[in-house]
Structure formats: structure tokens, C-alpha cells
Design a binder for this molecule. Structure first.
Ligand SMILES: [Zn+2]
Length: 341
């Protein structure tokens, strides 16, 4: 979680587009049939954390109203203060000195969780454990969790959050009840997004580029690559027309960083492929549609798809220890090679 999220007021309610999921769990809770382990899955930006926070509050609240935490009782106050003794939120650790986040959730963290789940609640009622992102449990940690998932303590609820449910060990998945987070209808997403973006057209663009995930769309507005799409496309065009060299162009993009550049190029390539296939009316970068259409005329869809595959491969390399600038240089060289074929 970012610092801003930590400092934000505690969210006692889920997002409007999560109401049907909320309702189905609420019914199970009332019937005392709530599964002890839930796997909440869905793309980043759909609001998994917010849902888990609000539902944890619902479980822990002493006087819920209409199936929602009251926001005022002792339990809700402790949640708001971040000091509730019956809630445990487990995520990857961040090194205080370097600021780097660990790549996995480790077994010693899970052992702490197991100890927590075995004790009885300090305030009576539920004990809640949220584990996020669950696909970052390493093998040892996942194994250490199995028994607790099977037989958690009485009135213990576990919520595992993940954007990659298929990356979870089958032994973990089979012990949870999986509940996918809904992708909101466009109108519902816009109802939330437009007031924050202040411009309906821009909100639609952000949402389309984020595959309908509202929080991802809002974050995209601040992403540096989003504002750099047009100059990037223009540079690609210059290269296509052999008006500048790959090396000079690549150096201009070193400052953006390889990770952001690849995300930007992948997003633009999706549209270039679509346009080269003759479907220019459905490009997602609506504001850049004319440039995309002009440029796509220079390429066969298959060639663009090959280049796109190369970008995806590089994205995987980047997770290792590959030098970012070298990767940027190679990417622009590949583009020129594609052009001169
Ligand atoms: Zn309450």
C-alpha cells in the first residue's frame, strides 16, 4: 500500500460496483455459511483492497447497520486508527533503509499469521486475516498456510487477494472459495471516475486504456507514459520514415525508464495492430487515432504482432537483472529493423 492509502480515512464501504458481490457474501454471513477462506481475484485497479477492508470492518463491527460497518463503534474506531487487534493484514515487506519491496511473502510471515489465526479474538467476534497479493507467497510460505486454510480457528475469516489466481498453487486455490471481483459496467465506472478526472472524454480514454478498471484508470492519469504517448508515436513515425537514428531516439527515452516505455509501447502496439488490420474505428487511444491510422498503413499486422511479442518478452527480462537503457536501445533498433524490411 502507498503512504497515501495508509493515511486515507478507513473505507467502511465497498465501491458501488461491488454491491452484488458484497450482497452475496452478506447473505452467507447472515446464514452463518460464510466460507472461512475467500480468494478475491481480479485485475489490479478493480478495488480488491478496498473491498477486503470494508468487509473486514463489517465482520468486526459491533453494531453493523444494513449489512455495513457502522464506522463509529469501538471496533470501527480501532480500525480507523489502524490498531485493531483482531485484524491482520499481511503483505510483502518493505526494507526501511532501501525502500525496496520484497518479491515474495515469506514463510516467517505466514508462521506469524498461523499463530494469529489460532488465538481467539481479543474483542470477541471475528478474527480477520487479509493476505495480499496471494500469488507472491513463496512455496514454503504457501505450504505453511495450507493447514490454517483447511482448519482456521473458530470465527476466523481469511481473505486472499490476487490479480493472478492461476499463479497460486492448486493446493491453495482448492482450499479457498474463489470470488472474482466484478469489472464495473462502463456507466458505473464513469460515475465514479468522471468527477475525479473532471472531463468525461478523458475519463473514457483512461478507462478504455485500463481495461475497465476504474482505479487503474485514475492512476493512469498520473502515469508519466500517459502524457508521453504522442511524442513517442511521433518518434516511431520519424524512425519509420528514416528521419532519425534508433540510437539518438533511444537516448531521448532513457529518462522515462524501460518499464514505463514498454508499458506505453505495448499499449500503442495493441492499437497499431488493430488499425493495421483495418479496424481503426476501435482503437483505444482515441485522441491519437489519426496518427495511429497513418502509421499502421506502413505495416503488416503480422510484423507488428512480432514486434509486440518482442516487447512482452523484454518485459519478462526486465523482472530479472537486465539493464534498462540497453533494453530501450535494443527496442528502438528492432523497430527500425521492422521498418526497413
Ligand atoms: Zn462499527
Amino acid at each position: 500500500m502507498s503512504e497515501a492509502e495508509v493515511r486515507a480515512p478507513y473505507p467502511f464501504r465497498a465501491y458501488a460496483w461491488q454491491q452484488s458481490l458484497w450482497q452475496s457474501l452478506e447473505e452467507l454471513l447472515v446464514q452463518q455459511r460464510l466460507p472461512h477462506a475467500l480468494l478475491l481475484s481480479g485485475a489490479d485497479g478493480l478495488g480488491k483492497e478496498r473491498f477486503a477492508k470494508a468487509f473486514a470492518a463489517r465482520l468486526l463491527c459491533h453494531q453493523p447497520r444494513d449489512g455495513v460497518a457502522c464506522g463509529q463503534c469501538k471496533s470501527c474506531s480501532l480500525l480507523a486508527a489502524g490498531t485493531h487487534p483482531d485484524l491482520m493484514w499481511l503483505t510483502t515487506l518493505t526494507d526501511e533503509k532501501t525502500g525496496k519491496t520484497a518479491k515474495a511473502i515469506r514463510v516467517d510471515q505466514v508462521r506469524e499469521l498461523v499463530g494469529f489465526a489460532e488465538k481467539s479474538a481479543q474483542m470477541g467476534g471475528w478474527r480477520v486475516v487479509v493476505l495480499s497479493p496471494a500469488h507472491l507467497l513463496n512455496v514454503q510460505a504457501a505450504n505453511a498456510l495450507l493447514k490454517t486454510l483447511e482448519e482456521p480457528g473458530r470465527d476466523t475469516a481469511l481473505m486472499l487477494l490476487t490479480s493472478q489466481p492461476l499463479s497460486l498453487a492448486p493446493t491453495l486455490r482448492s482450499r479457498c472459495q474463489q470470488r472474482p471481483l466484478p469489472i464495473p459496467a462502463e456507466a458505473d465506472a464513469l460515475a465514479w471516475l468522471v468527477p475525479q478526472v473532471g472531463d468525461e472524454q478523458k475519463a473514457r480514454l483512461l478507462l478504455a486504456l485500463s481495461r475497465g478498471a476504474p482505479l487503474a484508470a485514475l492512476a493512469l492519469r498520473e502515469a508519466e507514459w500517459f502524457s508521453q504517448r504522442e511524442p513517442l508515436l511521433k518518434d516511431l513515425m520519424q524512425l519509420t520514415q528514416q528521419r532519425q537514428t534508433a540510437l539518438v531516439t533511444a537516448q531521448r527515452w532513457h529518462s522515462l525508464g524501460a518499464e514505463s516505455l514498454l508499458v506505453a509501447l505495448l499499449s500503442l502496439l495493441d492499437d497499431l495492430v488493430v488499425a493495421a488490420s483495418g479496424a481503426a474505428t476501435v482503437v483505444k487511444h482515441r485522441d491519437l487515432a489519426p496518427i495511429i491510422e497513418r502509421m499502421s498503413a506502413h505495416f503488416q499486422p503480422a510484423a507488428l504482432l512480432r514486434f509486440r511479442q518482442g516487447l512482452a518478452d523484454r518485459q519478462r527480462l526486465l523482472a530479472g537483472n537486465v539493464q534498462g537503457n540497453a533494453l530501450i536501445d535494443a527496442t528502438f533498433s528492432d523497430w527500425v529493423a521492422l521498418t526497413s524490411r
